[in-house]
Design a protein around this ligand. Structure first.
Ligand SMILES: Cc1ncc(COP(=O)(O)O)c(C=O)c1O
Length: 431
């Protein structure tokens, strides 16, 4: 039956698909779909080199049925010309944030984007002159380094402190790093890759420092839906100090929670209309592809039961991993994080055992002075592919303080996770 034009964006009219009992357990084969997590690694390391891609931050699950149904419905209308944004999409973002977290987003202070990267680049351009510093609390998401460079600025790392097995904000160090040429700081909550979920007090303290030192705070909350059991996300815009909230811009998307990364659709908002005007004036593009809008709108309006079940499943994957590493891979250690589907695994003893530091030093001797140095963690990444056929990401990708760590993505079926961990255990335990 032909689809009527007015139905194309009306996801409320879609059939309600199974509200419970979604299948996260059956492995969903992504090989052959040009996926970064699997196919790109097979291209890099060779045919049959990988049995588990556990790297880039997306998930392996079959999409929420409501998303697939909405996309299939739109595909029936075979025209892909320019899109005028339907009012229902920003409304879906506003309603989702209100309903799930009690956040009020004013429609005139909301800007859409084709991804969190482009919106962060626009925000840096709006506030940080070229050549100035942007501070990062590391280890943190490696993509920020590229965003800062793309905006013509310089990333400066402020390492998080480690105490009692948890990363803590180092406010004194942050204060010291702020200078006359610091206009923006990026904070990530929950923090990719460590999985820290910053508390209300921690967020307030960073926010107050930024207000005092006149630095605009960019808060990336893309992973905010993905909490582990017993933990709660504090939306930055709900802090009680309005001056602090007014000095921030929040970046979000449905792309982590619903695995829509390649459909390129996200949003940013602030209480501060002047800030949003400045970002819009950079030439920031709010164009999003039609399918990205359809998918994100279906996710936000109908995907909550799927997401809630996913969150429980991911929590189970963290418990499974913690138990597996504790009981079967004594060379590694791992603490369950407060959020994200990422495991930040301590591999320092494995690095020592395989002599990865010496190998990295040797590899660097023959590299041009301008090349990015090889780290022990990168050597370990290749070692794990060669010996366990599992691809993880080197901790040093996320800043100098990622030394001795690897990031392992747990957003996959328990079966694939078990396969990956068993293979890593066999490789480690045969040393
Ligand atoms: C913290 C964080 N911010 C931003 C991104 C990228 O967002 P997008 O794909 O919307 O540009 C990622 C992806 O891994 C991320 O982890």
């Amino acid at each position: 039956m032909p689809v009527r034009r007015r139905d194309l964006f009306a996801s409320a009219a879609l059939p309600l698909l199974a509200a419970e009992g979604f299948d996260f357990d059956t492995p969903y084969n992504r090989i052959g779909t040009d996926s970064t997590k699997w196919d790109a690694q097979l291209r890099r390391y060779g045919k049959d080199s990988i049995i588990a891609g556990m790297g880039i931050s997306d998930t392996d699950f079959r999409s929420a049925p409501v998303i697939t149904a909405a996309l299939q419905k739109r595909l029936q209308h075979e025209n892909w010309g320019y899109l005028t944004m339907p009012a229902s999409f920003p409304q879906a973002i506003i309603d989702w944030n209100k309903h799930r977290y009690g956040i009020t987003i004013h429609p005139d202070r909301l800007l859409l984007a084709h991804g969190v990267h482009p919106s962060i680049i626009s925000a840096i351009r709006a506030f940080s002159p070229q050549g100035s510093k942007v501070l990062l609390l590391t280890p943190t998401y490696d993509g920020f380094f590229g965003d800062i460079t793309a905006a013509g600025c310089i990333a400066e790392q402020v390492p998080l402190k480690q105490s009692s097995g948890r990363y803590q904000l180092d406010l004194e160090a942050l204060d010291r790093h702020i200078s006359h040429d610091t206009n923006t700081i990026i904070i990530c909550n929950p923090n990719n890759p460590t999985g820290n979920v910053w508390s209300r007090d921690e967020l307030s303290a960073v926010g107050e420092l930024c207000t005092k030192r006149r630095v605009v705070l960019l808060v990336d909350e893309i992973h905010c839906d993905l909490m582990t059991k017993g933990n709660q996300y504090t939306p930055f815009s709900l802090l009680s100090n309005r001056e602090v909230v007014n000095n921030s811009i929040i970046f979000k998307s449905a792309s982590k929670s619903f695995n829509l990364s390649a459909l390129r659709c996200s949003w940013m908002y602030s209480e501060n209309s002047e800030y949003m005007k400045r970002i819009a004036a950079t030439g920031h593009s709010t164009d999003i592809n039609t399918l990205g809008v359809i998918a994100a709108q279906a996710a936000l309006t109908q995907g909550e039961p799927w997401l809630n079940q996913l969150i429980t499943y991911i929590d189970g994957n963290h418990d499974f991993t913690a138990d597996f590493i504790k009981t079967k891979i004594p060379l590694l250690s791992y603490n369950k994080p407060q959020g994200t589907y990422l495991a930040w695994v301590d591999v320092s003893r494995l690095i020592d055992k395989i002599g990865a530091k010496a190998q990295a030093d040797k590899a660097n001797q023959s590299r041009p002075a301008t090349a990015r140095p090889i780290t022990a963690e990168m050597i370990l990444q290749d070692w794990l592919v060669k010996n366990a056929k599992v691809q993880l990401n080197a901790g040093t990708n996320y800043g100098h303080s990622g030394t001795g760590r690897m990031r392992m993505n747990l957003g996959t079926s328990r079966q694939t996770l078990n396969l990956a961990l068993s293979s890593i255990a066999a490789a480690c335990n045969s040393l």
